[in-house]
Each structure stands twice: as C-alpha cells, then as structure tokens.
Write a protein that binds this ligand. Structure first.
Ligand SMILES: NC(=O)c1ccc[n+]([C@@H]2O[C@H](COP(=O)([O-])OP(=O)(O)OC[C@H]3O[C@@H](n4cnc5c(N)ncnc54)[C@H](OP(=O)(O)O)[C@@H]3O)[C@@H](O)[C@H]2O)c1
Length: 281
C-alpha cells in the first residue's frame, strides 16, 4: 500500500491518479472529507500532519509514503526526528520526500531549514528514501486565475526574469517511479521544466490557450510581497520573491533529471496552460 500525503494538492492529486492508474493500492491523505474526485478504488484517510499523532495515523500500514510539508508545516510543526520516527513506527519502508531546490541553492533561508532537517533524518533512518528538489511550479500561475478571469490581466513582479519552472504532473510521475521501485533509493533529483521561461512568456502562453489577449503589469517587489503574504507564510514569500527576482546560476539551469527518470522530456509550460485553461476562462 502506498500512502500519499498532500493528496488534494497539485502534485499529490496527480500522483494519486498515476499510482491508481498503474494498479497500485493507494491511500490518499488530507485534512478534509473524502475528495469527490478521487479515482475509483483509492481509499481516503483524514489526518493533520501538524498534530502529534497525525503522521502516524496517515502512514499506518503503508509500505511506501509520499511526504510533503505544505504551508505552515514548512516553517513550524513536529521536529524532523519525530516525524521520521512516526513514519518508521508505522511500518513504512520507502519514503519519497517532496523537498525544494531552495534547500540546495539557499540553505540559509528559513523555509529550507525544516526540509533540510527532514532530508537528513530520512538519510539517517533505516528506511530507503528519494528526495525531490523541484524548482518553482507552473501551478503557481493559478495565482493569476482570478484577475485573468475577471479582467484578462496579470499583475506580477519580475516579468522578464526566466526560470525553468516545472509541471507538478512531471514531479508526480517521478514520485510514482520512486515509490514503486528501489531503483531510485538514496537518490536526489533536481526537477525543472525543459527551458527557462519568463512570467511575460507564461502570460503569452496562457493568452494563446485562451484565444484572447491578456495584459501584463509588472508589480514592485513590495507590492508582490504584500499580496503573497495573504496565502503563504512570510518567510516562504520572501524566499520565493528572491528566487523570482534574483535567481542564482543554479536556479536558472535546466536539469536533465526528469528525462533521466521518465525517459521523455519535461513538459513545457504551454502544455500545462492548455490542460488547465478552464481555471482562467
Ligand atoms: N510551489 C512551488 O513553486 C514549490 C517549489 C518547490 C517546492 N515546493 C514544495 O511543494 C509543496 C507543495 O506541494 P503542492 O503544490 O502539491 O501542494 P498544494 O497544492 O499546496 O496542496 C497542499 C496539500 O497539503 C495538504 N496539507 C496542507 N496542510 C496539511 C496538514 N497540516 N496536514 C495534512 N495535509 C496537509 C493539503 O490538503 P488539505 O488542505 O486538503 O488538507 C493539500 O493536499 C510544498 O511543501 C513546497 O515546499 C513548492
């Protein structure tokens, strides 16, 4: 049995579909009621990973576990050693951790600390683990959906700075491969898209998928920070803006790891835009 935390999220929902489609027995974990769109045959388990027994409840009976630290859990919550003890105590043998490229490129940032501690605790455990280090997600552009729907407009900082962001579905496919075999044990993968793309180019791809013009207005960093703080912890927003505005050379590099693991190129943003355009209509 494979346990998927964050199962209602960008990566987790695609991962549940991929595993169920491959015939695996899957338990999808989230804090709410059973999501209506779970594939047939997938069980649902309610657990809050921020609560003392949350992870043990989520992981019970699982042979493999997909773990992420979403939202507040990225900056606060049970200690890494406690989390790993709970997972191991539940009988899990193999863990895939959705970490972040910023753990490698910006180790001093507060949002990376907990992930780095969790990576170390997993490496020190008797379980096998695979660490995923994605760059920014294409799905972050869902933050534009409301203004595109209402005004055919995008307001965002750093319009001309290119980064090789990544499709969450590609991350999910890599996670599925690592959850289903020991071939990826002990490995860490940097996951990016096939090319670096700017926000203005992403806006053009969305406009093409929509078949309508979308205006792009560049925000100052301060304006962008106050908007981002509404839906993510401030340290995460600060780090995100530093990556978007002043990326390191490593953050600008396209990684070969998706192609190495999946045997196909990473998905371009234009494909993600076409698949998700209903949210922007
Ligand atoms: N976005 C980026 O650009 C980026 C880049 C690098 C790394 N990452 C990493 O990716 C992760 C986010 O992945 P995502 O975009 O797939 O997630 P997401 O779409 O933000 O969804 C979050 C998921 O986590 C679940 N969740 C949140 N708090 C929880 C808790 N206390 N207990 C149990 N479940 C909880 C949510 O379930 P319910 O709300 O339904 O309970 C939901 O399924 C973050 O950990 C981040 O470090 C993101």
């Amino acid at each position: 049995m494979i346990v998927v935390t964050g199962a209602t999220g960008n990566v987790g929902s695609a991962l549940v579909r991929a595993l169920a489609g491959a015939g695996e027995k899957v338990v999808a974990v989230s804090r709410g009621e059973k999501p209506v769109r779970l594939p047939e045959g997938v069980d649902h388990r309610r657990a809050d990973l921020g609560e003392p027994d949350g992870l043990a409840t989520a992981a019970a009976g699982g042979e493999a576990l997909f773990l992420l630290l979403s939202g507040e859990l990225g900056v606060t919550g049970p200690a890494a050693s406690e989390m790993v003890r709970a997972i191991e105590g539940a009988g899990v043998r193999r863990v895939v951790l959705l970490s972040s490229q910023s753990v490698l490129t910006r180790p001093a940032n507060p949002a990376a600390t907990r992930l780095a501690e969790l990576e170390a605790a997993l490496r020190d455990s008797d379980m096998t683990s695979t660490i995923l280090h994605p760059g920014g997600f294409y799905a972050n552009t869902f933050a534009w959906a409301e203004s595109v729907r209402g005004q055919r407009a995008i307001y965002w900082p750093f319009g001309d700075i290119a980064l090789p962001q990544v499709d969450p579905s590609d991350i999910a496919e890599v996670a599925a491969a690592a959850l289903c075999s020991d071939e990826h044990s002990g490995k860490a993968y940097t996951l990016t898209g096939p090319v670096a793309i700017t926000p203005r180019e992403q806006a053009r791809d969305l406009a093409a998928a929509l078949g309508e013009q979308i205006s792009f207005t560049e925000l100052t960093r301060a304006r962008a920070l106050s908007a981002m703080k509404e839906f993510m912890p401030e340290p995460v927003a600060e780090t995100t803006l530093s990556i978007l505005g002043t990326p390191t050379p490593d953050e600008q590099l396209v990684s070969p790891d998706i192609e190495t693991v999946l045997g196909r190129s990473a998905t371009p943003f234009s494909d993600w835009a076409a698949r998700n355009i209903a949210a922007f209509r």
